[in-house]
Design a binder for this molecule. Structure first.
Ligand code: MN
Ligand code: MN
Length: 315
């Protein structure tokens, strides 16, 4: 008879044990850790359908089959990187201010310990404190932002400066990112005013709408994304960049988005960039069907982890 080392983890069958991201050890001991997966189960910044607070747990559940060799990127991430599940940030449901402070402090501590962060949201408001923590350590960042929405809305929801509609407007205003190294991909759907798409562009941001992508083709978009990214870069992936047919479980769905295959191609297209951190947000399990969205999110997180492994390996 053989006994496993613990009651959860990769030594057990995928369906057994207590769920952690990719069945990695759950620990806050970051000695020797390369990547910490951090959940941010907060949806108090949501403007329409809430429920993204349940995202981290469901993405973890959808991730248990992912551990092996990434054939597309030719890397086995867990052979290259020491990855742990750090658990979740202490969020305060009725207080976006306290939650943002906690995210910035806790993620800042993880970064100070030398680990790279892969954050699982939560709604997109959590990206602002994540960017604050990263920029404090690394300076203004390059950013790839996959999203149906620009998240630089000119209207402040109910006069509140912080929500899931404004993190990148605040990030530009606060100098957390370099607008000339910031790319938005997947924009579509109606906005309140034309300025909602224009505001970022007027500041030098490259924005690719779905119409742009249709006209240019995916390889050209990938090439232009990469050209814009010089130096340390952060990826923020709003799952609603994918079409609702492929990601129904999200708070503000917009038709006419990317397929799952195209999302994989876009993320894999970032191979070799200096990826210093990332988040995957807006997975809203109450609106999901058959875990379609959570499975896509878990796989995209695996691709992001693979990008970090490629970077570490120097490939
Ligand atoms: Mn967003
Ligand atoms: Mn969005």
């Amino acid at each position: 008879m053989t006994a496993p080392e613990s009651g959860f983890g990769a030594e057990l069958q995928p369906f057994a044990g207590i769920t952690s991201f990719m069945r990695r050890p759950v620990t806050r001991d970051l000695a020797g850790v390369d990547v910490a997966v951090v959940g941010v189960p907060f949806d108090g910044g949501t403007s329409y359908r809430s429920g993204a607070r349940h995202g981290p747990r469901r993405i973890r559940e959808a991730s248990v089959m992912l551990w092996g060799y990434n054939n597309a990127l030719a890397v086995k991430p867990l052979d290259v990187l020491q990855v742990v599940d750090y658990g979740d940030v202490n969020v305060i449901p009725p207080s976006i201010a306290e939650t943002m402070a906690n995210v910035e402090a806790e993620v800042g501590a993880v970064l100070a310990a030398g680990a790279t962060v892969l954050a699982l949201g939560g709604d997109h408001s959590v990206s602002l404190p994540l960017l604050r923590a990263h920029a404090r350590k690394l300076g203004p960042l390059g950013v790839v932002h996959f999203d149906a929405h620009p998240d630089t809305w000119h209207r402040e929801f109910d006069a509140q400066p912080y929500s899931h509609g404004t993190p990148f407007r605040r990030a530009i205003e606060e100098g957390l990112l370099d607008p000339s190294r910031y790319v938005q991909v997947g924009l579509r759907g109606p906005t309140e005013e034309a300025v909602d798409w224009q505001w970022a562009r007027e500041r030098g941001v490259r924005a690719f709408t779905m119409d742009d992508v249709a006209e240019l083709g995916l390889p050209a978009v990938v090439r232009m994304m990469r050209e814009a990214l010089r130096g340390p870069s952060y990826v923020s992936l709003d799952i609603d960049a994918a079409d609702p047919a492929f990601a129904p479980g999200t708070g503000t769905p917009e038709v006419g988005g990317f397929s799952s295959k195209e999302m994989l191609q876009l993320v894999r297209g970032l191979r070799g960039i200096d990826l210093v951190g990332c988040d995957l947000v807006e997975v809203c399990p109450p609106y999901d069907h058959g875990d379609i969205t959570a499975i896509l999110a878990a796989n995209l997180a695996f691709e992001l982890l693979s990008l970090m492994a490629v970077r570490r390996r120097g490939g």
